[in-house]
Design a protein around this ligand. Sequence first.
Ligand SMILES: Cc1cc2nc3c(=O)[nH]c(=O)nc-3n(C[C@H](O)[C@H](O)[C@H](O)COP(=O)(O)OP(=O)(O)OC[C@H]3O[C@@H](n4cnc5c(N)ncnc54)[C@H](O)[C@@H]3O)c2cc1C
Length: 387
Amino acid sequence: MTQDNHHSIHTCDAIVIGGGLVGSAVAHGLAGQRLQVAVLDEGDVALRASRGNFGLVWVQGKGYGKADYARWSLGSTRLWPQLQATLLEESGIDVQLQQRGGFHICLSEAEVATRRERLHWLQQQVGAADYRYEFLDPQSVHEDLPGLGPEVRTVSYSPMDGHCNPLKLLRALHTANQRRGVRLHTRAGVQRIAHANGIFTVTGGSDQPRRWQAPRLVIAAGLGCQALAEQVGMFIPVRPNKGQVLITERLQPLLRMPTNYVRQTDEGTVQIGDSMEEAGLDDLVRVPVSAEIAARALRCFPALRNARLVRTWAALRIMTPDGFPIYQQSAACPGAFAVTCHSGVTLAAQHALTLAPWIAGGSEQPAIAAFSANRFTPDTPIARYGH
Ligand SMILES: Cc1cc2nc3c(=O)[nH]c(=O)nc-3n(C[C@H](O)[C@H](O)[C@H](O)COP(=O)(O)OP(=O)(O)OC[C@H]3O[C@@H](n4cnc5c(N)ncnc54)[C@H](O)[C@@H]3O)c2cc1C
């Protein structure tokens, strides 16, 4: 990157707005294509899903009604070991990826029926050889999930699933990016984007306005995507969806594999979650919601009754109207891309290894046509958790 001191403009090959999991993964891949990359991030004042999530690298159940999303997620889990190895080598950080499989716990016959229908449809679409799952009796999974409660009707198991430590993932991406020469600018909230002669000029910064220029621009700013994308002629509708999480003290190794409601982290704590709530930009923890997710976790694992809770938080997911990702290049300003999704942990490998090379111009467009923003208009209704 060069800096023109006279005009105080930083020039580079690609600007990525947003230093969360999505922007950092894309920046990682762009730098892997030998592009000089600047990542601009708002900093600590920002709403950041990447610091408050559940850490699942998950496939089962995803993509109901849009099989391309199931395929895309599955593809990401297959690329994940490569991402993990690269991050370990370049950052020295082990993101604790475990892909032994995962369980979805059903607490009622109605939940079992919905689950069966959903997984059956997905398997038919994706193919039985690739999309693997089975329904298991709670007693038969005793070794992996000891202490399931009497209310558990059945569990669905899939070897496709896993989890990681999402904070280590973010840290590893930032560290590896630095090693690849990516410049991360914090306190760099972007206000304005201009486009002329194929070059984007981005103005931001919380103190003195700063400017960056590049022929490529990636808007990966989470809940900030919509307002920024408007400036380059794209309609990227996103809204917050709130999730609360509870963390217990560190416990002896208990759960060998993650479940949709409860997982034991590499550090021994048990993470309990996560709620889903349409609450606007409110990211405060609310006690009734905590009580609800704690009660559900106790129905799954009654022994957690004796575990002490040490932490809780709420964070905001980034949701499109149908819950599926958006990957879009601007028609009005070619070279500008919008990238957003609500499963930035699971999809980190696709973003770094498949999407970024395409954005960099080094590869054919991957199978992302289904994720074009053109499927939305301002009148598109919100599908509740259709992901
Ligand atoms: C409770 C919860 C549980 C979840 N569980 C999982 C899970 O198990 N598995 C999974 O795959 N995903 C999960 N997710 C989703 C995952 O956390 C998100 O998909 C991911 O973190 C999104 O990353 P992001 O970079 O798009 O957004 P964010 O982390 O929100 O980052 C956006 C960044 O953009 C920056 N920004 C915004 N506006 C501007 C601007 N104008 N200028 C400069 N910078 C700007 C902000 O500073 C911020 O750092 C969960 C999310 C939540 C909330």
